[in-house]
Design a protein around this ligand. Structure first.
Ligand code: HMG
Ligand code: MG
Length: 306
């Protein structure tokens, strides 16, 4: 089995990682988190979401985040956008890349963005058109690709169809989201095979939440299936406000460690990343969910260097 030689990580901690936090995280902390992630070597950092502040209060400071961050050369700072109102606000705030998000489950689409899948795709079509006119890059998400918190099973064919529609609409990449982290490596492999019949593998990314502890195994299965882009969240932060019980994304530290062990260098400084994870976990008042980070910090403490 040949694995990809180059892998890209999309850091979603500042958005997916923080959106579900009950207490509002100060804007300055979010800005520092984004700066530290950039310094650690992340090249794509999803910075915030231009969604309704009534639906996700944690992302209400989106414009302040975009004006407060220092944009490092060669680093992309995409933002989540659910509709034209969000796009206009994102553009106004200086976003040069956005992500639109559909679901493969009707029930989840209603709960998350208050419309049907078909309505959401029509909205996104208009947003992508407007983005193209403004030279803004668009990434696409499909949620609930391996299961839905409301309707259970989700057909791979439904995922493939929506992914293809989003690609044809003009999204440069489609991130397949295991929103509730219920997938297993076998199901992941079968899903990728089904989607790859309609969307080229090089246009796909994997977005795994770690609710059942399967995220790293699912990433390995995805690598074997030819996927070379993965979303991850520092310290394993996160969850979706509209997917009760879903835990955080796979920890970026764990993905970097996995890839290093496979001889795949992603240009990220694991020590700096681990320190950033420890820092944000402390700010949030709980331990990092990254096993790699916990092991590295324990080792450093034992050897007296931390
Ligand atoms: P709605 O209530 O149907 O919206 O919500 P509406 O168009 O009827 O507008 C209602 C009010 O919201 C109006 O204000 C609008 O102006 C305002 P009012 O007149 O009542 O004062 N509004 C907005 N305000 C700011 N920014 C906007 C915006 N749009 C409308 N963009 C809506 C529809 C899509 C807005 C809402 O459902 C929403 O914001 N949902 C976002 C939910 C969300 O962020 N979920 C988490 C992200 S998805 C995720 O985590 C999954 C992912 O990680 C992948 C995976 O894991 O699978 C991506
Ligand atoms: Mg997510």
């Amino acid at each position: 089995m040949t694995l990809p030689t180059k892998v890209k990580i999309v850091e979603v901690g500042p958005r997916d990682g923080l959106q579900n936090e009950k207490s509002i995280v100060p804007t300055a902390v979010k800005i520092e988190l984004i700066a530290r992630l950039g310094q650690a070597g992340l090249k794509c950092i999803e910075a915030t979401a231009f969604v309704s502040p009534k639906w996700v209060p944690q992302m209400a400071d989106n414009a302040a985040i975009m004006s407060g961050i220092e944009r490092l050369p060669g680093v992309a700072y995409p933002v989540l956008v659910p509709n034209m109102k969000g796009f206009e606000a994102a553009l106004q705030a200086g976003a040069t890349e956005i992500a639109v998000f559909a679901a493969a489950s009707e029930a989840f689409s209603q709960k998350n963005i208050n419309c049907s899948i078909a309505e959401s795709l029509a909205r996104f079509g208009a947003v992508v058109e407007e983005a193209r006119r403004n030279r803004v890059k668009v990434r696409g998400y499909v949620s609930c690709v391996l299961g839905c918190p409301y309707q259970g099973e989700v057909a791979a064919a439904a995922v493939a169809e929506i992914a293809q529609t989003m690609l044809e609409m003009g999204c440069y990449e489609i991130s397949l989201g295991d929103t509730i982290g219920c997938g297993t490596p076998g199901k992941t492999r079968d899903l990728i095979e089904a989607v790859a019949r309609r969307v080229p593998l090089k246009k796909l990314a994997g977005h795994f939440h770690d609710t059942y502890g399967m995220a790293i195994a699912n990433i390995y299965a995805s690598l074997e299936a030819g996927i070379a882009v993965f979303d991850a969240s520092v310290a394993g932060l996160g969850g979706c406000p509209y997917a009760a019980g879903a835990s955080g994304n796979v920890a970026t530290e764990d993905v970097v460690y996995l890839l290093a062990g496979l001889g795949i260098d992603v240009g990220i400084n694991l020590e700096e990343l681990t320190a950033t994870g420890a820092w944000i976990a402390e700010k949030l008042g709980r331990p990092s969910a990254s096993k790699v980070a916990r092991a590295m910090l324990a080792k450093a403490t034992a050897s007296g260097s931390a």
